[in-house]
Design a protein around this ligand. Structure first.
Ligand code: AMP
Ligand code: ZN
Length: 114
């Protein structure tokens, strides 16, 4: 738990979020500013500032987040496909410095991304 971290507060329950998914290691909830018909965030319960801060010991956790995202995509019926995004650092457009996956679906995604 990092004291001034928004996602740590959501995990602690001091800021509300609709947990559409939860397991021992992560939670999933809707992004407050959705960029697609389905836009969920998958967030580890452990505070880790970004993917760039992940050590080899975090490899199972990162794999678990991907597995959770695919399970959530199935439960959200995103059978036509989806996109998983991990904004990392300043050039990556990361604004909340607690690792998270964006799960976006329900419309065709563009490439290249902005
Ligand atoms: P990023 O820019 O990749 O760091 O993503 C952070 C995301 O958190 C943005 O898409 C925000 O819309 C989202 N966000 C910020 N505050 C909240 C909140 N209270 N509940 C849900 N999502 C949030
Ligand atoms: Zn945090």
């Amino acid at each position: 738990m990092a004291p001034d971290c928004l996602f740590c507060k959501i995990i602690a329950g001091t800021i509300p979020a609709n947990r559409v998914y939860e397991d021992e290691f992560c939670i999933g909830f809707p992004d407050i500013n959705p960029q697609a018909p389905t836009h969920l965030l998958i967030v580890p319960k452990e505070h880790l500032a970004s993917l760039a801060k992940a050590d080899p010991e975090h490899t199972p956790l990162v794999g678990h987040l991907m597995a959770a995202a695919t399970e959530i995509a199935r439960s959200q019926k995103l059978s036509n496909g989806y996109r998983i995004v991990v904004n990392t650092g300043e050039d990556g457009g990361q604004t909340v410095h607690h690792l998270h996956l964006h799960l976006l679906g329900g419309r065709p995604m563009l490439w290249p991304p902005g």
